[in-house]
Design a protein around this ligand. Structure first.
Ligand SMILES: [Zn+2]
Length: 271
């Protein structure tokens, strides 16, 4: 068995489930603009069938990645879907980009979040599911009189920095207090060091709570909080048996128990 084959054997999965509370209104793009945008930096969009806003997994994952890249001062040298991301690669003798496996293994970002598809055979640990609007929140918002279904419309004035002309514009937001759930982060464990790497994911979640999701964050929108978090594991040997570390934690509570959680994970995987 070669080194690479051994590495991509799945030992099990770690799940973080819970909910996302909208602490300050979450900016949402109009359907017209959202359709024109692809890639990592999608803000909140609407489900075309129900009209309900939801948080695309790609948007959440992209934001977590970007915050981790900034924290570790990674060069964002890969252009992708209108944004630049960091990726561990090097050039071969012919000048082609190839995965830089050594850099990758020491990277805080790439093993968790992956490197661009079609480029690398190295596995990605993290899967982030779309997060729908929680049913109770949806019903509450449906009863509230808002200009648009489930969202509020704010008028905001943007100032042209050259002409100083003020232009009013419409800003659509999911109101503060709304809950998006279920949140589900799935973390694949391929090797022992993945348990240590898992801490970077918790870091990234903390960075996001301290930053914002969606647009207009520097002007107050998009503060979120991770709530009701559960940490569970399924191991390869006993995949149908879900083991739970703890349930109902805020992110802060989970981070306080970080060391305990790490020990529990190592024990659960028998490392
Ligand atoms: Zn990297």
């Amino acid at each position: 068995m070669t080194e690479t084959e051994r590495k991509i054997q799945l030992h099990g999965r770690i799940f973080i489930t819970g909910s996302i509370e909208i602490v300050t209104g979450l900016h949402i793009r109009s359907a017209r603009r959202a359709l024109a945008i692809g890639g990592l930096d999608n803000p909140v969009v609407r489900d075309p069938l129900t009209n309900r806003p939801y948080i695309p997994g790609s948007s959440l994952k992209g934001k977590l990645r970007s915050l981790l890249e900034k924290h570790y001062n990674k060069s964002q040298q890969w252009a992708m879907g209108g944004v630049r991301i960091h990726a561990c690669y090097k050039f071969d003798e012919k000048g082609n980009r190839i995965p830089d496996e050594e850099a990758y293994l020491n990277c805080q970002v790439c093993p968790i979040f992956g490197i661009p598809a079609g480029f690398a055979v190295l596995p990605t640990r993290l899967i982030v599911r779309d997060v729908p609007l929680d049913e109770n929140s949806a019903q509450r918002l449906a009863r509230t009189r808002t200009e648009l279904p489930f969202t509020e419309v704010k008028w905001e004035t943007s100032l042209d920095r050259v002409t100083a002309a003020a232009t009013p514009r419409q800003v659509e937001r999911v109101p503060a207090g709304a809950i998006f759930a279920p949140l589900e982060l799935v973390y694949n464990v391929y090797e022992e060091s993945d348990v240590d790497r898992f801490l970077h994911l918790l870091d990234a979640m903390q960075f996001l709570e301290d930053d914002y999701l969606g647009g207009l964050g520097t002007r107050g929108s998009g503060k979120i909080a991770f709530q009701e978090l559960s940490l569970t594991v399924r191991t390869r040997e006993r995949y149908l048996e879900e083991k739970t570390f703890e349930k109902g934690l805020s992110l802060r509570e989970l981070i306080v128990k970080e060391e305990e959680a790490m020990n529990w994970l190592r024990q659960t995987f028998s490392w």
